[in-house]
Design a protein around this ligand. Structure first.
Ligand SMILES: [Zn+2]
Length: 375
């Protein structure tokens, strides 16, 4: 890659990012710069842990914050419709998300589409968003999907069963609040799955055919931070605040990178598999990653060595070690598969697959799925 082509083309970046322990508690005050009326979209577990009431109670007197709780599960177009209806009735000045990737993807799409006309399905199907939405603020509670730093929202259309991403510069966050304190008390499985999603994204962004010198620096530093801190966050359930900060930043850098570079065939496989088997996205990525790295190895050339250096050992061995330390087994092994032809069609149509460093043919996709379910 030519270093003089540091940043060919446009790269969309968030407005501002704060990283500080406890900073999410000041969310309402921080968002007041966008107006005094806000809508806070959040997940269930943070509400149970008292985080949401703490934020609304500590809002400055002039700031009014309405809340919307994500009902759970993978985010869908129907949920987006409900959130948009509620938002348009409430008429906020800004929309903030405090939660994991699902919560952030929903709130981001609602903010981006707030002034857009017509049905949300059209935008999910690729119609461009032509009008600016509301200011969007993201505070991730997992590390993560990197969704806080992307212009991408991944949603499922329940009518067709298709899970896919859509993107717009209008969906980029104006403010990101990284609070390592939010990781404290996260269920260990969530830490493991979200962390493997972030790491897969770092590797796929680094080797993507859409990568630039600029995105590669971000992705490589993200990979390094995730490789060296993920196990510690998992073992301490987020209480090691220095490791928590490192994985949160690693995940964020990865999001910045892949928002522009795109990903690879792990993500091409993860969406159709995740939608059919109703498994967490990070778990599906973790399961697919070793098979795809083996498939891609010859096409990665020196990138394999560079990523091995970031991992501290041979890349495939490092990934296998990490999966063992995070107690992640391949959930597809020994399962029967169904709907294979449709699934392969979705894998090949995916923008992620198209950016894989090795071209993926129909028979490659078939073999990858067979291997995943067999070995
Ligand atoms: Zn992902």
């Amino acid at each position: 890659m030519n270093r003089f082509d540091i940043l060919p083309g446009r790269m969309d970046l968030p407005g501002e990012t704060i990283c500080q322990y406890g900073s999410s508690e000041e969310l309402a005050a921080e968002c007041a710069r966008f107006g005094n009326k806000g809508l806070l979209v959040h997940g269930r577990s943070l509400a149970k842990r008292g985080k949401i009431s703490k934020i609304t109670a500590s809002a400055p007197p002039e700031v009014e914050v309405a809340t919307w709780e994500h009902p759970g599960g993978e985010p869908t177009l129907r949920q987006l419709d409900k959130l948009l209806t509620m938002a348009r009735e409430t008429r906020p000045d800004w929309i903030a998300a405090l939660g994991g990737g699902s919560v952030i993807d929903l709130a981001k799409a609602a903010a981006g589409l707030y002034h857009a006309k017509g049905n949300v399905t059209a935008y999910h199907d690729g119609a461009p968003i032509t009008t600016a939405g509301l200011p969007f603020i993201a505070a991730p509670s997992t590390a993560g999907t990197g969704s806080e730093a992307t212009k991408v929202s991944v949603l499922t259309n329940e009518e067709t069963g298709i899970k896919k991403s859509f993107r717009s510069p209008h969906m980029m966050a104006r403010l990101i609040i990284l609070d390592p304190g939010l990781l404290k008390g996260s269920p260990e499985q969530v830490i493991a799955h979200a962390g493997m999603d972030a790491l897969t994204q770092a590797i796929e962004s680094y080797t993507s055919t859409g990568a630039t010198w600029f995105t590669r620096q971000l992705a490589l530093e993200g990979a390094r931070l995730l490789f060296s801190n993920l196990v510690s966050v998992y073992e301490t359930e987020g209480t090691d605040s220095s490791a928590a900060e490192n994985v949160l930043v690693g995940s964020y850098l990865t999001g910045l990178a892949f928002s522009s570079s795109r990903l690879g065939v792990v993500h091409g496989l993860a969406h159709p598999l995740g939608a059919r088997y109703k498994l967490p996205h990070g778990l599906v990525c973790a399961a697919c990653l070793p098979y795809v790295l083996t498939f891609n190895r010859d096409a990665m050339i020196e990138d394999y060595e560079t990523l091995s250096e970031a991992a501290g050992t041979d890349l495939l061995a490092a990934v296998a070690g990490l999966l063992a330390d995070l107690d992640i087994d391949n959930p597809f092994k020994g399962k029967g598969f169904y709907d294979l032809d449709d699934m392969i069609e979705e894998v090949l149509a995916s923008g992620s697959t198209k950016h894989n460093p090795r071209q993926v043919t129909e028979s490659d996709a078939r073999s990858l799925i067979r291997e995943l379910f067999t070995y």
